[in-house]
Design a protein around this ligand. Sequence first.
Ligand SMILES: NC(=O)c1ccc[n+]([C@@H]2O[C@H](COP(=O)([O-])OP(=O)(O)OC[C@H]3O[C@@H](n4cnc5c(N)ncnc54)[C@H](OP(=O)(O)O)[C@@H]3O)[C@@H](O)[C@H]2O)c1
Length: 262
Amino acid sequence: MATDYYEHLFGVRGKVALVTGGTRGIGLMIAEGLVRCGARVYVASRKPEACQEAESTLSEFGECVAIPSDVSTIAGCQELADEIAGRESRLDILVNNAGLTWSEDIDKFSEKAWDKVMDLDIKGPFFLIQKVLPLLRAAARPEQRASIVNVSSVNGLKPSGLRNYSYVAAKAGLNQLTAQLARDLMDEQINVNCIAPGPFQSKMTAPLYATPELEEQVRAGFPMKRWGAVEDAAGLTIFLSSRAGSYLSGVVLPLDGGATNI
Ligand SMILES: NC(=O)c1ccc[n+]([C@@H]2O[C@H](COP(=O)([O-])OP(=O)(O)OC[C@H]3O[C@@H](n4cnc5c(N)ncnc54)[C@H](OP(=O)(O)O)[C@@H]3O)[C@@H](O)[C@H]2O)c1
C-alpha cells in the first residue's frame, strides 16, 4: 500500500530520539515533528519549567519526556547520557540543536562572549555525541543507520553583518566536525549531517520581529518572503533520520529558503 511505502521511506515511528534545546524555537519544532511521526522523543534544556511545559505540550501528539540538562558542560552531557541510558537501550536519532549567539563590537568582544558560545555551540555537541555513542551504536544497523543531526547556521557558511564572532567560528567548526565524525563513524553505521538554518522565529531572532513594521521589512529581504516553519525544520530532520536520507552523511544543508546559495 502507498502509506506503507511512505512509512518505509520517511517513517521514524518507534525510533528513539534526543533533541537538545527541544523546549522552544527550532528544537521544539523538530521535536514536535518527530513526536507527531511516532518517535519517542527526549527533549533537554536547562530550565525545569520549560522542560515541563514542552513535555506536556508535545505529549498531546505522542511520546515525549523532558530532561533538564546543561549540555554546555561535559558533566552535563554525561548526566544527560546517563539519564537516557537508564531509560533506553538504544538511541536512533540525536539532534544537537541547543545553541546561543552573542553579538558585540570587535573592540569590546569579551572572553565571556567567546567562551559561552564555544561551550554550547561546539564543545557541547562533540561531547554529547561522545557520551551517547554507546546508545547510538546499539541502534545502528546497515539497513537502519543511526542519525546524528547537528544544527549549525548559515552564519557558519558565509559572513553576516551581525558581529557574532564566536558564533560564526563555532558554527563553521560544527560544519567541519560533522564531516570528520561522518567519516570516522561511517563503518559503525552512524550518519552525521548538519542543518544550517536561515531565519526562523525564535527567542534568538525575536529582535528582528519586535514590531509588525520591522517584521515586514525584515521578511521582505528573504528570498522566499517567509520565515522557516515547523515543517521545514522537522521535515529535513525526519528526512535525514529516515530511510529516505540514509545515503547522506557528512553534508551541511542550508535550510534557509535560498538565502545562501542564490
Ligand atoms: N532561529 C534562527 O533563525 C536560527 C538561525 C540559524 C541557526 N539557528 C540555530 O538553531 C538552534 C536553535 O536556535 P533557536 O533560534 O531555536 O534558539 P532559542 O529559541 O534561543 O532556543 C534555544 C534552546 O536551547 C536551550 N539551551 C540554551 N542553553 C542551553 C544549555 N546550556 N543546555 C541545554 N539547553 C540549552 C534553550 O532552553 P533553556 O533556556 O531552558 O536552556 C532553548 O530550548 C541553535 O543552535 C541556533 O544557533 C537558529
